[in-house]
Design a protein around this ligand. Structure first.
Ligand code: DSN
Length: 416
């Protein structure tokens, strides 16, 4: 950082401030995490200088000897980690990965069916104002209003009635286990291709803490930066018969030059995720989430679907504070150094900018070493702040206590 400080003190200052912010707050946003210093080293490397349009040994530029090896290592590690026949590690994001799959397999106007965004799905699964909903004819399945869970018989009925060309399974706010085997059966019966987007749960899947979609899917996409704890970006996995079409869809279909520094960082993260410690980490994410959920339930907060099987939960604020929106609640918590996001809950009567829910996740706080006793403390803090309706005295007192805990458990890259 010293060279950056001399050359551009303004940006250096802002990076330091962001680092302090991350170190001094508890990150409960379910899709965020703290990467290791080796991942940051790869991201901040000279690989960012290199143009490498194409694929290893098939580039449009000279001088690609080293980046060819980097990308091949990343591909090999991705295939090994996920047990996939083919991996493309170039997508700049999870949404890019999904768009590439659609481009590889579908023609404009063909039908896709994914989980409703309002029930926990993702915008790249066919939202009308996303390219996935503008180019393809999208319909959606959702959770049941009584259980707030996917009922696979109901999903099957809907899929068989609609017969989409591609069935999409995956979510950004679904706290329950996804039955990929059942989705595989349904897709087969309907004659649909199956895309599993495991962005949120990838770290749990590779650690065998969540069922694996790879055996049942034509395509699997993920981001690298959520439970998988890698750099921002995405990948596409597929069966071998889709390899050429997937690769062409990424480049030249929707992207130009790959971000070689990001690909190197993905490779580093995949190696980390193969280690036995990572499995322990994934287990601790789930244990922490379960305890946080139990503690909130014990304080009479209603959780969507009654709890969690994975790394996240959705708090229905109406259970104790009918007049408080998710937007307001998230601001109060952030003032006390507890960072989370407002989230619509299924059948939410409020618009998405307000919401009746909060989404809480444990990947990042588990990375900094917090355990079950801390989940009890966090649940108590959340309850006190919300029930005080943002009382400044309660917020100040909690903010100091959170800072103390943060000092005791610095983020993994704290010694930058
Ligand atoms: N924006 C991500 C999330 O927060 O879940 C999904 O892409």
């Amino acid at each position: 950082m010293e060279r950056l400080e001399q050359a551009d003190p303004e940006i250096a200052h802002l990076i330091r401030r962001e680092h302090q912010r991350q170190n001094g707050t508890l990150e409960l946003i379910a899709s965020e995490n703290h990467v290791s210093i080796p991942v940051l080293n790869a991201l901040g490397s000279v690989l960012t200088d290199k143009y490498a349009e194409g694929y290893p040994a098939k580039r449009w530029y000279c001088g690609c000897d080293q980046v060819d090896k980097v990308e091949q290592l990343c591909i090999d590690r991705a295939k090994e980690l996920f047990g996939a026949e083919h991996a493309n590690v170039q997508p700049h994001s999870g949404t890019s990965a999904n768009l590439a799959v659609y481009l590889a397999a579908l023609k404009p106007g063909q039908k896709i069916m994914g989980m409703d965004l309002a029930h926990g799905g993702h915008l790249s699964h066919g939202l009308s104002i996303n390219l996935s909903g503008a180019v393809y004819e999208a319909t959606h399945y959702g959770v049941q209003d009584d259980t707030e869970r996917l009922d696979m018989d109901k999903v099957r009925e809907q899929v068989l009635a609609e017969k989409p060309d591609m069935l999409v399974v995956g979510a950004s706010a679904y706290p329950r286990t996804i039955d990929f085997a059942a989705f595989g059966e349904i897709a087969k019966e309907a004659g649909s291709l199956l895309l599993a987007d495991i962005a949120h749960i990838a770290g749990l899947v590779v650690s065998k803490m969540h069922p694996d979609p790879v055996p049942y899917s034509d395509f699997v996409t993920t981001t690298n930066h959520k439970t998988l704890r890698g750099p921002r970006g995405g990948i596409v996995l597929s069966t071998q018969d889709w390899a050429t079409k997937v690769d062409r869809a990424i480049f030249p279909g929707i992207q130009g030059g790959p971000l070689m520094h990001a690909i190197a960082a993905k490779a580093v993260a995949f190696l980390e995720a193969m280690k036995p410690e990572f499995k322990n980490y994934a287990g601790a994410i789930i244990t922490n989430a379960r305890v946080l959920a139990e503690e909130l339930l014990g304080r009479d907060w209603r959780l969507v679907s009654g709890g969690t099987d994975n790394h996240l939960m959705l708090v229905d604020l109406r259970s104790k504070l009918p007049d408080v929106t998710g937007h307001q609640a998230a601001i109060w918590l952030s003032q006390a150094n507890l960072i989370c996001n407002k989230n619509a809950i299924p059948f939410d009567p409020r618009p998405p900018v307000q919401t009746s829910g909060l989404r809480l996740g444990t990947p990042a706080i588990t990375s900094r070493g917090l355990g079950t006793q801390h989940m009890k403390q966090i649940a108590q803090w959340i309850d006190e702040i919300l029930m005080s309706q943002g009382d400044p005295k309660v917020i100040d007192r909690t903010a100091s206590a959170v800072t103390e805990l943060c000092l005791e458990f610095p983020v993994p890259n704290h010694n930058l």
